[in-house]
Write a protein that binds this ligand. Structure first.
Ligand code: GLY
Length: 564
C-alpha cells in the first residue's frame, strides 16, 4: 500500500521549499507575482493550477484542475463526491456564479432524521450513507468548462488522474487527518476502504487507484463518466448496501445552476458574492453594510468597540439567516429586503454601544463548538485578469466517511446542512426552520462565501475560506483587515479571528485574538467569550497598486500560494 517514491517526495519538497522561501523573502507579505496566482489548501493542487495557467489555460481551467487535484490530495474536503460554489469575474468585468451544491435525493423527506416520537436520531444526518446529498461537483466542473474553458477538458483533468495513480507524499496534517478517522472508515463502510487504512505518517506515499480510474472516466466521458456507467453503478450499489437513498434517477437529474451573483457596495468597493442557496453572500453584505457607518478604522483592529459592533451585527444577521434563507428554487428568499439599508438601520435600532444585546432564546438544542475546517476554498487569477473564487465541500471532515467502493471517493454528509428539525442546531450550531426544511431535490442552505471585490471597477481581491458557520465571519474580518486596518493580504489572512452567530450567545476567539484588557471590557459589557481552536483557512489574492498580485495562504493549514 505505502511505497516510497523518491521523485514525488523531491517534487513535493521543491514546491514547499520554494513557497517557504518566497514567504520569508516577502516578510509580512504573501507570495508576490507579476501575472497569475493560485492559492489553495494543498501545495500540489496549487502547483497543478499554476501549470494549467502556464500552458495558456484561463482561471476557470485552473480552478477545475485544482478542484480535481484537491479531490486527491486533500480528500477531507476536496472532492468529487460533494459540491460547492464558484464566483467568476472575467477580465472585461462580466460576472457569473455557479451553484454546484448537492441536492436532497428524491426519496428524502422532511422528517427523515427523526424517530417516531419526533426526536432527532443522533448522527443520522452526519455519518453514513443516509447523510449524503446528490453530488454536484462533476456536473459543476463540466458546466464551467463548457461555458468558459480554454484548454481541452482531458488536459485539465489529467494531473489529478496522475496524482491519484502515481501517488504523492502526505503532509503531516493530511496524515494525521487520515489517522484520526481510521475507526470511522472501518465502522461506517460496508466494504473496508483498504487504501485509506494505516498508521499514516508525514512523508508516506499514498495512492488512490480506484479514484484515479474514476477520474479517468470523468476525463474521458465528462458528466456521463460520473452520473452514468461504472461510477453511477458503484454509487447506487453503495447506497443499497448501506441503506442510503441516492438513486440512478437522482444522479441523472442532477444539474448545476448558473446564478446571478450578488453585487453590493461597501464604501465604494464592489462586493461580488454567492447568492442563495448559500447564505454567505447575503450575510456578508448585511454585515459589511451594518458596520459601514461606524469608525472601525479609528477604533482599531480587535479593539473593544470594533468587536462589539461586529458581534452585534453578527447576532442580527445570523438570526435572519435562520428564518429567511434557503434554496431559492423552493422558497422566496427576500435578498433585496435583507440587504436594504433602511432595513439594516432598523435592525440595529436597539444597538447599544456600551452593552451587549442578549440573543433571544429559541431552542434548547445542544451546541457543539467544534467547527470543521473541512470545506476548502481556492482563489485563482490568470494573466488575462480573469478571477475565480471556489469554495467546495463534503461538509464535515471526510464527509459521511463513506467511500464509494470500486470508485474510491468519499461521499458528503451535506444533508446535515438542512434544518433537520425546526430549532435543532446542525453540526455548526446553526438553527433553521421551514425555509431550509428537507424537500426532494432541494439544495441545503450553505454558509460558503466565495467572494470577489472590485475597487474603481478593477479587480481588487479574491477571497474565501472553509469553516462552516465561521466562513461568513472569517471572510468579513479578512475584508475589513485589508480595507479598514490596512493589512497586507498575508497579514489579513493570518491575523487571529473571532466568531459569533446569534445562537449560542457567545463570542468564540482564537487564542490571543483579543488582548486581556479588551476581553475584560467586553465581558463587562455583557459578552460571553470562549477560546477555541483555529477559525477558518482563508486563501486570498490581492491586486496591489502596482498591479502585481499578492497571494495570502493561511498558515493554519498546508495552504500554499504559487504565482508567476
Ligand atoms: N457545509 C458547510 C456549508 O455549506 O456551509
Amino acid at each position: 500500500m505505502k511505497t516510497f517514491n523518491p521523485f514525488l517526495l523531491f517534487i513535493f519538497f521543491l514546491v514547499l521549499t520554494s513557497c517557504q522561501q518566497q514567504e520569508s523573502e516577502n516578510n509580512q507579505k504573501g507570495v508576490i507575482s507579476d501575472s497569475a496566482m493560485v492559492v489553495s489548501a494543498h501545495p500540489l493542487a496549487s502547483q497543478v493550477g499554476i501549470e494549467i495557467l502556464k500552458k495558456g489555460g484561463n482561471a476557470i481551467d485552473a480552478a477545475i484542475a485544482v478542484q480535481f487535484a484537491l479531490a486527491v490530495t486533500h480528500p477531507s474536503a476536496g472532492n468529487i463526491g460533494g459540491g460547492g460554489f464558484m464566483v467568476i469575474r472575467l477580465a472585461d468585468g462580466q460576472l457569473n456564479s455557479l451553484d454546484f451544491r448537492e441536492a436532497a435525493p428524491k426519496a428524502s423527506h422532511r422528517d427523515m432524521y427523526l424517530d417516531e416520537t419526533g426526536e432527532v436520531i443522533e448522527n443520522l444526518s452526519t455519518l453514513g450513507h443516509l447523510a449524503s446529498g446528490v453530488p454536484g461537483t462533476v456536473d459543476g466542473m463540466v458546466n464551467a468548462h463548457n461555458k468558459y474553458g480554454q484548454l481541452a477538458w482531458e488536459e485539465i483533468v489529467q494531473p489529478a488522474v496522475e496524482l491519484a495513480l502515481n501517488g504523492f507524499t502526505l503532509t503531516k496534517k493530511e496524515a494525521s487527518g487520515l489517522v484520526s478517522n481510521q475507526e470511522n472508515f472501518q465502522t461506517l463502510n460496508t466494504q473496508a476502504p483498504e487504501f485509506l487504512l494505516g498508521n499514516w505518517k508525514e512523508g508516506d506515499t499514498i495512492k488512490y487507484i480506484d479514484l484515479g480510474h474514476a477520474l479517468e472516466r470523468i476525463r474521458d466521458h465528462k458528466r456521463a463518466g460520473f452520473y452514468e456507467g461504472k461510477t453511477a453503478d458503484d454509487i447506487v450499489a453503495e447506497m443499497q448496501r448501506g441503506n442510503g437513498i441516492i438513486s440512478y434517477e437522482d444522479l441523472q437529474e442532477y444539474q448545476s445552476e448558473w446564478r446571478k451573483p450578488l453585487e453590493d457596495y461597501y464604501k465604494g468597493y464592489k462586493i461580488i458574492s454567492m447568492p442563495p442557496p448559500s447564505s454567505g453572500g447575503v450575510a456578508l453584505i448585511q454585515l459589511l453594510k451594518i458596520v459601514e457607518g461606524f469608525p472601525i478604522h479609528k477604533w482599531g483592529w480587535n479593539q473593544k468597540e470594533t468587536i462589539h459592533v461586529m458581534v452585534e451585527a453578527e447576532r442580527r444577521v445570523y438570526a435572519d439567516r435562520a428564518s429567511y434563507l434557503g434554496d431559492p428554487d423552493f422558497i422566496k428568499v427576500p435578498v433585496k429586503e435583507l440587504t436594504d439599508e433602511g432595513y439594516l438601520t432598523e435592525r440595529m435600532s436597539n444597538f447599544n454601544l456600551t452593552q451587549a444585546t442578549p440573543s433571544d432564546s429559541v431552542s434548547a438544542g445542544i451546541f457543539n463548538l467544534y467547527e470543521s475546517m473541512e470545506t476548502t476554498h481556492f482563489s485563482v487569477v490568470d494573466k488575462f485578469g480573469n478571477a475565480v473564487a471556489v469554495t467546495t465541500t463534503l461538509n464535515g471532515g471526510y464527509g459521511s466517511k463513506v467511500v464509494v467502493s470500486g470508485s474510491g471517493f468519499i461521499l458528503n454528509n451535506e444533508m446535515d446542512d438542512f434544518s433537520i428539525k425546526p430549532g435543532y442546531p446542525n453540526m455548526f450550531g446553526l438553527i433553521g426552520g421551514e425555509a431550509n426544511a428537507i424537500q426532494p431535490q432541494k439544495r441545503m442552505l450553505s454558509s460558503m462565501t466565495p467572494t470577489i471585490i472590485e475597487k474603481d471597477r478593477k479587480l481588487y481581491m479574491v477571497v474565501g475560506t472553509p469553516g462552516g458557520a465561521t466562513i461568513i465571519t472569517s471572510v468579513y474580518q479578512v475584508i475589513l483587515n485589508v480595507i479598514e486596518h490596512k493589512m497586507t493580504m498575508h497579514e489579513a489572512v493570518n491575523a487571529k479571528r473571532f466568531h459569533s452567530q446569534w445562537k449560542p450567545d457567545i463570542i468564540s476567539i482564537e487564542n490571543s485574538a483579543i488582548d486581556s484588557v479588551t476581553l475584560e471590557k467586553l465581558t463587562e459589557m455583557g459578552h460571553t467569550i470562549s477560546t477555541r481552536g483555529s477559525i477558518g483557512r482563508v486563501d486570498a489574492i490581492l491586486v496591489l497598486e502596482n498591479n502585481k498580485l499578492e497571494g495570502g495562504a493561511d498558515l493554519r493549514g498546508d495552504d500554499t500560494a504559487i504565482g508567476y
